[in-house]
Design a protein around this ligand. Structure first.
Ligand code: UDP
Length: 253
Protein backbone atom coordinates (compact mmCIF):
# COMPACT_ATOMS: atom_id res chain seq x y z
CA UNK A 1 0.00 0.00 0.00
CA UNK A 2 1.25 3.47 -0.84
CA UNK A 3 2.53 5.50 2.09
CA UNK A 4 -0.13 7.78 3.48
CA UNK A 5 0.50 11.38 4.32
CA UNK A 6 0.98 11.91 8.04
CA UNK A 7 -1.04 14.90 9.22
CA UNK A 8 -0.16 14.90 12.92
CA UNK A 9 1.63 12.73 15.46
CA UNK A 10 0.68 12.99 19.11
CA UNK A 11 1.78 11.09 22.21
CA UNK A 12 -0.54 8.11 21.75
CA UNK A 13 -1.95 8.47 18.24
CA UNK A 14 -1.06 9.39 14.66
CA UNK A 15 -3.44 11.02 12.18
CA UNK A 16 -3.08 10.23 8.47
CA UNK A 17 -4.86 11.68 5.47
CA UNK A 18 -8.10 9.74 4.87
CA UNK A 19 -9.37 8.12 1.67
CA UNK A 20 -11.83 10.96 1.01
CA UNK A 21 -11.74 14.70 1.67
CA UNK A 22 -12.98 15.47 5.16
CA UNK A 23 -11.82 12.12 6.54
CA UNK A 24 -8.72 11.04 8.46
CA UNK A 25 -7.27 7.73 9.61
CA UNK A 26 -6.54 7.63 13.35
CA UNK A 27 -3.78 5.16 14.32
CA UNK A 28 -3.44 4.04 17.97
CA UNK A 29 0.16 3.64 19.15
CA UNK A 30 1.35 1.53 22.09
CA UNK A 31 3.05 4.51 23.74
CA UNK A 32 1.95 5.52 27.23
CA UNK A 33 2.90 8.89 28.66
CA UNK A 34 2.09 10.69 31.89
CA UNK A 35 3.02 13.87 33.75
CA UNK A 36 3.22 15.90 30.55
CA UNK A 37 5.31 13.15 28.86
CA UNK A 38 7.97 13.09 31.64
CA UNK A 39 7.10 9.40 32.10
CA UNK A 40 7.05 7.30 28.91
CA UNK A 41 6.82 3.60 28.10
CA UNK A 42 5.72 1.36 25.26
CA UNK A 43 3.02 -1.08 26.36
CA UNK A 44 2.47 -3.82 23.82
CA UNK A 45 -1.17 -4.13 22.83
CA UNK A 46 -2.41 -0.87 24.39
CA UNK A 47 -3.14 0.69 20.99
CA UNK A 48 -5.17 -2.34 19.89
CA UNK A 49 -7.25 -2.23 23.08
CA UNK A 50 -7.84 1.53 22.92
CA UNK A 51 -8.84 1.33 19.24
CA UNK A 52 -11.51 -1.26 20.14
CA UNK A 53 -12.66 0.50 23.29
CA UNK A 54 -12.90 3.91 21.63
CA UNK A 55 -14.86 2.30 18.76
CA UNK A 56 -17.23 0.75 21.31
CA UNK A 57 -17.89 4.02 23.18
CA UNK A 58 -18.12 6.23 20.08
CA UNK A 59 -20.47 3.78 18.31
CA UNK A 60 -22.72 3.76 21.38
CA UNK A 61 -22.73 7.56 21.54
CA UNK A 62 -23.57 7.83 17.83
CA UNK A 63 -26.41 5.35 18.38
CA UNK A 64 -28.04 7.49 21.09
CA UNK A 65 -27.69 10.68 19.05
CA UNK A 66 -24.53 12.14 20.58
CA UNK A 67 -22.50 13.10 17.52
CA UNK A 68 -18.87 11.94 17.30
CA UNK A 69 -16.12 12.00 14.70
CA UNK A 70 -16.11 8.19 14.47
CA UNK A 71 -17.03 6.56 11.14
CA UNK A 72 -15.72 2.99 11.34
CA UNK A 73 -12.86 0.84 12.53
CA UNK A 74 -10.52 -0.17 9.71
CA UNK A 75 -8.23 -2.71 11.38
CA UNK A 76 -6.59 -3.62 14.71
CA UNK A 77 -5.01 -0.20 15.18
CA UNK A 78 -6.80 2.20 12.85
CA UNK A 79 -10.17 3.86 12.53
CA UNK A 80 -11.71 6.15 9.94
CA UNK A 81 -12.87 9.46 11.41
CA UNK A 82 -14.37 12.76 10.24
CA UNK A 83 -11.84 15.57 10.07
CA UNK A 84 -12.77 18.20 12.64
CA UNK A 85 -11.43 21.52 13.80
CA UNK A 86 -10.36 20.67 17.35
CA UNK A 87 -11.32 23.22 20.01
CA UNK A 88 -8.11 23.72 22.04
CA UNK A 89 -9.72 22.65 25.32
CA UNK A 90 -9.75 19.43 27.30
CA UNK A 91 -13.21 18.97 28.74
CA UNK A 92 -13.12 17.01 32.00
CA UNK A 93 -16.22 15.70 33.75
CA UNK A 94 -15.92 14.51 37.35
CA UNK A 95 -18.35 12.41 39.38
CA UNK A 96 -15.97 11.55 42.21
CA UNK A 97 -12.99 13.55 43.48
CA UNK A 98 -9.60 12.24 42.30
CA UNK A 99 -6.34 13.30 40.69
CA UNK A 100 -5.73 16.99 40.19
CA UNK A 101 -9.04 18.05 41.76
CA UNK A 102 -8.25 16.20 44.99
CA UNK A 103 -4.82 17.81 45.06
CA UNK A 104 -5.96 21.33 44.18
CA UNK A 105 -8.92 21.46 46.56
CA UNK A 106 -7.76 19.06 49.27
CA UNK A 107 -10.68 16.66 48.79
CA UNK A 108 -9.92 13.04 49.60
CA UNK A 109 -9.83 10.78 46.53
CA UNK A 110 -13.05 8.79 46.28
CA UNK A 111 -15.32 11.50 47.75
CA UNK A 112 -18.58 11.56 45.78
CA UNK A 113 -19.24 15.01 44.31
CA UNK A 114 -22.66 16.63 44.89
CA UNK A 115 -23.19 16.76 41.09
CA UNK A 116 -21.08 16.15 38.01
CA UNK A 117 -18.56 18.96 37.62
CA UNK A 118 -17.37 20.07 34.19
CA UNK A 119 -13.94 21.69 33.90
CA UNK A 120 -11.97 23.11 30.98
CA UNK A 121 -8.20 22.91 30.52
CA UNK A 122 -6.35 24.85 27.83
CA UNK A 123 -4.50 22.39 25.57
CA UNK A 124 -0.91 23.59 25.72
CA UNK A 125 1.86 21.12 26.61
CA UNK A 126 4.38 23.90 27.28
CA UNK A 127 2.05 25.32 29.95
CA UNK A 128 1.05 21.89 31.28
CA UNK A 129 -2.60 22.21 30.16
CA UNK A 130 -3.75 24.79 32.75
CA UNK A 131 -7.28 24.88 34.19
CA UNK A 132 -9.18 27.82 32.67
CA UNK A 133 -12.53 29.45 33.32
CA UNK A 134 -15.32 30.28 30.88
CA UNK A 135 -14.18 33.92 31.13
CA UNK A 136 -10.74 33.01 29.75
CA UNK A 137 -12.26 30.87 27.01
CA UNK A 138 -14.57 33.60 25.76
CA UNK A 139 -12.09 36.46 26.22
CA UNK A 140 -9.37 34.65 24.27
CA UNK A 141 -11.79 33.47 21.56
CA UNK A 142 -11.22 29.73 22.00
CA UNK A 143 -15.01 29.22 22.00
CA UNK A 144 -18.18 31.30 22.23
CA UNK A 145 -20.74 31.28 25.05
CA UNK A 146 -23.02 29.22 22.76
CA UNK A 147 -20.19 26.73 22.11
CA UNK A 148 -19.59 26.47 25.86
CA UNK A 149 -23.25 25.76 26.59
CA UNK A 150 -23.26 23.10 23.85
CA UNK A 151 -19.97 21.62 25.10
CA UNK A 152 -21.28 21.28 28.66
CA UNK A 153 -24.50 19.66 27.38
CA UNK A 154 -22.47 17.27 25.18
CA UNK A 155 -20.06 16.40 28.00
CA UNK A 156 -22.92 15.66 30.42
CA UNK A 157 -24.62 13.39 27.89
CA UNK A 158 -21.34 11.53 27.40
CA UNK A 159 -21.07 11.28 31.20
CA UNK A 160 -24.55 9.77 31.57
CA UNK A 161 -23.91 7.28 28.77
CA UNK A 162 -20.46 6.21 29.94
CA UNK A 163 -21.45 6.04 33.63
CA UNK A 164 -24.35 3.73 32.78
CA UNK A 165 -22.36 1.49 30.44
CA UNK A 166 -19.55 1.14 32.97
CA UNK A 167 -21.80 0.61 35.99
CA UNK A 168 -23.52 -2.24 34.13
CA UNK A 169 -20.19 -4.11 34.16
CA UNK A 170 -19.26 -3.25 37.75
CA UNK A 171 -17.06 -0.25 37.04
CA UNK A 172 -17.40 3.25 38.51
CA UNK A 173 -16.71 6.15 36.13
CA UNK A 174 -14.81 8.54 38.41
CA UNK A 175 -13.91 11.15 35.78
CA UNK A 176 -12.93 11.43 32.14
CA UNK A 177 -11.61 13.83 29.53
CA UNK A 178 -12.99 14.42 26.06
CA UNK A 179 -12.01 16.68 23.22
CA UNK A 180 -14.60 18.38 21.07
CA UNK A 181 -14.31 19.44 17.44
CA UNK A 182 -16.23 21.54 14.96
CA UNK A 183 -17.62 20.14 11.72
CA UNK A 184 -18.79 22.57 9.06
CA UNK A 185 -21.64 21.78 6.69
CA UNK A 186 -21.54 24.92 4.53
CA UNK A 187 -22.23 27.79 6.93
CA UNK A 188 -23.70 25.48 9.54
CA UNK A 189 -21.34 24.39 12.33
CA UNK A 190 -21.90 21.60 14.81
CA UNK A 191 -19.86 20.24 17.68
CA UNK A 192 -18.91 16.57 17.86
CA UNK A 193 -16.98 14.39 20.31
CA UNK A 194 -13.51 13.81 18.83
CA UNK A 195 -10.13 12.26 19.74
CA UNK A 196 -10.67 9.05 21.75
CA UNK A 197 -12.56 7.67 24.71
CA UNK A 198 -10.53 4.93 26.40
CA UNK A 199 -9.02 4.00 29.78
CA UNK A 200 -6.19 6.41 28.83
CA UNK A 201 -8.59 9.32 29.32
CA UNK A 202 -10.95 8.01 32.03
CA UNK A 203 -10.65 7.02 35.67
CA UNK A 204 -12.33 3.65 36.11
CA UNK A 205 -12.57 1.94 39.49
CA UNK A 206 -13.85 -1.57 40.12
CA UNK A 207 -17.09 -1.12 42.09
CA UNK A 208 -16.35 -4.00 44.50
CA UNK A 209 -12.58 -3.86 45.02
CA UNK A 210 -11.81 -0.23 44.14
CA UNK A 211 -9.03 -1.48 41.84
CA UNK A 212 -7.88 1.03 39.23
CA UNK A 213 -8.64 -0.09 35.66
CA UNK A 214 -7.24 2.97 33.86
CA UNK A 215 -4.04 4.92 33.13
CA UNK A 216 -3.44 5.53 36.85
CA UNK A 217 -2.06 1.95 36.83
CA UNK A 218 0.77 3.38 34.70
CA UNK A 219 0.97 6.83 36.34
CA UNK A 220 1.15 5.32 39.87
CA UNK A 221 2.96 2.02 39.08
CA UNK A 222 0.06 -0.13 40.26
CA UNK A 223 0.72 -3.18 38.05
CA UNK A 224 0.08 -4.23 34.46
CA UNK A 225 -1.67 -1.64 32.32
CA UNK A 226 -2.48 -4.25 29.66
CA UNK A 227 -4.17 -6.46 32.27
CA UNK A 228 -6.28 -3.52 33.49
CA UNK A 229 -7.39 -2.45 29.99
CA UNK A 230 -7.98 -6.09 28.99
CA UNK A 231 -10.26 -6.46 32.03
CA UNK A 232 -12.32 -3.43 30.92
CA UNK A 233 -12.52 -4.75 27.34
CA UNK A 234 -13.46 -8.25 28.55
CA UNK A 235 -16.26 -6.98 30.76
CA UNK A 236 -17.65 -4.88 27.91
CA UNK A 237 -17.43 -7.84 25.52
CA UNK A 238 -15.08 -6.10 23.11
CA UNK A 239 -11.93 -8.10 23.65
CA UNK A 240 -9.98 -8.66 20.43
CA UNK A 241 -7.92 -11.84 20.16
CA UNK A 242 -4.12 -11.90 20.59
CA UNK A 243 -4.03 -8.51 22.27
CA UNK A 244 -0.93 -8.76 24.37
CA UNK A 245 1.23 -10.37 21.71
CA UNK A 246 -0.41 -9.42 18.42
CA UNK A 247 2.62 -10.26 16.33
CA UNK A 248 3.54 -13.56 17.93
CA UNK A 249 2.09 -16.95 16.93
CA UNK A 250 -0.29 -18.60 19.38
CA UNK A 251 0.12 -22.25 20.29
CA UNK A 252 -3.18 -24.06 19.88
CA UNK A 253 -3.44 -27.26 21.92
N1 UDP B 1 -6.88 13.44 31.49
C1 UDP B 1 -6.49 13.11 30.20
N2 UDP B 1 -5.47 13.82 29.62
C2 UDP B 1 -4.84 14.85 30.25
C3 UDP B 1 -5.23 15.16 31.56
C4 UDP B 1 -6.25 14.44 32.15
O1 UDP B 1 -7.04 12.21 29.58
O2 UDP B 1 -3.94 15.46 29.65
C5 UDP B 1 -7.98 12.67 32.12
C6 UDP B 1 -7.48 11.78 33.24
O3 UDP B 1 -7.20 10.48 32.77
C7 UDP B 1 -8.65 11.77 34.19
C8 UDP B 1 -9.33 13.13 33.97
O4 UDP B 1 -8.87 13.59 32.71
O5 UDP B 1 -9.57 10.75 33.83
C9 UDP B 1 -8.98 14.15 35.04
O6 UDP B 1 -7.58 14.24 35.20
P1 UDP B 1 -6.92 15.15 36.32
O7 UDP B 1 -7.26 16.58 36.06
O8 UDP B 1 -7.31 14.63 37.65
O9 UDP B 1 -5.38 15.08 36.07
P2 UDP B 1 -4.32 13.95 36.46
O10 UDP B 1 -4.47 13.65 37.91
O11 UDP B 1 -4.66 12.80 35.57
O12 UDP B 1 -3.02 14.60 36.10
Amino acid sequence: MARRKKIYEGKAKILYEGPEPGTLVQYFKDDATAFNAEKHDVIEGKGVLNNRLSEFFMTGLNAIGVPTHFIKRINMREQLIRQVEIIPLEVVVRNTAAGSMSKRLGIEEGTALPRPIVEFYFKDDALGDPLVTEEHIIAFGWATQQDLDDMVALALRVNDFLSGVMLAVGIKLVDFKIEIGRIWDGDFMRLVVADEISPDSCRLWDVKTGDHLDKDVFRRDLGSLTDAYTEVAKRLGVLPTNVTHPTKPTLIN
